[in-house]
Design a protein around this ligand. Structure first.
Ligand SMILES: *Cc1c(COP(=O)(O)O)cnc(C)c1O
Length: 375
């Protein structure tokens, strides 16, 4: 016989089609879309790749906007689909401007697809999607938006902004699971995908399979066994955001970003990596290490002071200069931000780097937190 504690994650009643469809509808409400939402049964890179492979074909001209590492990944997929790729890049310390996008569209009238990342958790910047969406709509291209690091951390108005393909994941500000994700697909995008002979069919990457086998049949029978535990966790994350109020969840993430930036400015030695406050992603704050000090040493010293803080060194080529403070979900919290700033202060002092008095840092961060929450 089994042990007397029943394993909580096993022996659940199957997740039926109706329940699955209700979870998709909750996602659609969160994303502010009336278009189709498909809950993809894998991490968010799955729908992102699926969107590009479904909508882009040889002969397409794609505008790929790069403001961090995910944009670079998209460029590779676009090329492998046979698209001509036009690239617009912004420094990781800022955002792309609508004027840059408009210039690229004017210079390349053939552009029929635009890929954009809303917020980049890896580099801590966020882009003005409302304005960029208007420019893209005017041109007539399809717009793909990676909103994984923005959903629930800042406003995401999928339909109002004219986003045709919008991808979210649960693992950042939603404080949900990483193993399932979702994509909204506009009617325009479905037309383009259906007309693309190269779009994946009978494939894990296929959006058309979901359309034909799930959506067109009225979402009454699931095409295969769903990722049940991850879907249930996604629903709990959605329900918690609903109960807390989306505006309040967004305000907490904005307050965490503002307080971290203000606290670091008061501390000295470290500086916000993203220069302008309006370009800073509420989901994660990136910091520049002091001149001559390796960012990885600052992170190690901060974690030695307090191992609980959500602080990490950046990946890849930025590892030496960039530090990341994550504000995902429950870490978008006043005490967590103050603890992170205290850990930086203690860590930097241990490295022999002079920093300001902790009381001044707490005051600056607390005031910035309160100013956001007061609205
Ligand atoms: C986090 C994130 C993803 C998902 O990637 P993981 O590293 O697997 O979590 C996708 N796009 C963006 C912009 C992200 O920040």
């Amino acid at each position: 016989m089994t042990a007397n504690t029943a394993p909580a994650l096993l022996d659940l009643a199957p997740l039926g089609a109706g329940h699955f469809a209700r979870i998709e509808d909750k996602v659609a409400a969160l994303m502010r879309t009336r278009e189709t939402v498909v809950a993809m049964q894998g991490e968010a890179l799955l729908p992102l790749e699926a969107c590009i492979r479904s909508a882009v074909r040889p002969g397409s001209t794609a505008l790929n906007i790069i403001t961090g590492p995910y944009g670079e990944t998209f460029g590779g997929w676009l090329r492998s689909c046979g698209a001509e790729v036009v690239t617009v890049a912004a420094p990781f310390s800022g955002a792309v401007t609508p004027a840059q996008v408009a210039d690229a569209l004017r210079a390349h009238p053939d552009i029929d697809f635009v890929s954009l990342v809303h917020a980049e958790a890896a580099t801590g910047n966020t882009n003005p999607v409302a304005e960029i969406g208007a420019v893209v709509r005017e041109h007539g291209a399809l717009l793909l938006l990676d909103a994984v690091a923005s959903v629930a951390a800042e406003p995401l108005l999928t339909d109002e902004w004219g986003v045709d393909l919008c991808v979210i994941g649960g693992q950042k500000a939603m404080a949900g699971p990483a193993g399932v994700s979702a994509v909204s697909v506009s009617a325009r995008a479905w037309e383009r995908i259906a007309a693309n002979e190269q779009a994946p069919r009978r494939s894990y990457l296929s959006l058309l399979d979901w359309k034909e086998r799930w959506i067109d049949g009225g979402r009454t029978a699931l095409p295969h066994a769903p990722a049940q535990l991850e879907m249930l966790a996604l629903e709990q994350a959605l329900d918690r955001i609903e109960a807390d109020g989306l505006d309040g969840v967004i305000a907490r993430h904005r307050a965490a970003s503002a307080a971290t930036r203000a606290g670091v400015r008061a501390l000295g030695a470290l500086a916000p990596y993203v220069i302008r406050d309006e370009d800073a992603a509420p989901a994660a704050t990136t910091l520049r290490a002091p001149e001559g000090v390796d960012a990885r040493d600052v992170v190690a010293a901060a974690l030695a002071a307090d191992a609980s803080v959500p602080v990490q060194a950046a990946a890849g080529s930025l590892a030496k200069e960039m530090i990341r403070v994550n504000h995902y979900g429950l870490d978008a919290d006043r005490e967590v931000v103050l603890a992170s700033l205290a850990a930086f202060g203690e860590g930097l002092r241990a490295l022999g780097v002079p920093v300001a008095d902790p009381a001044a840092v707490v005051r600056a961060a607390g005031d910035a937190w309160d100013a956001v929450i007061a609205g």
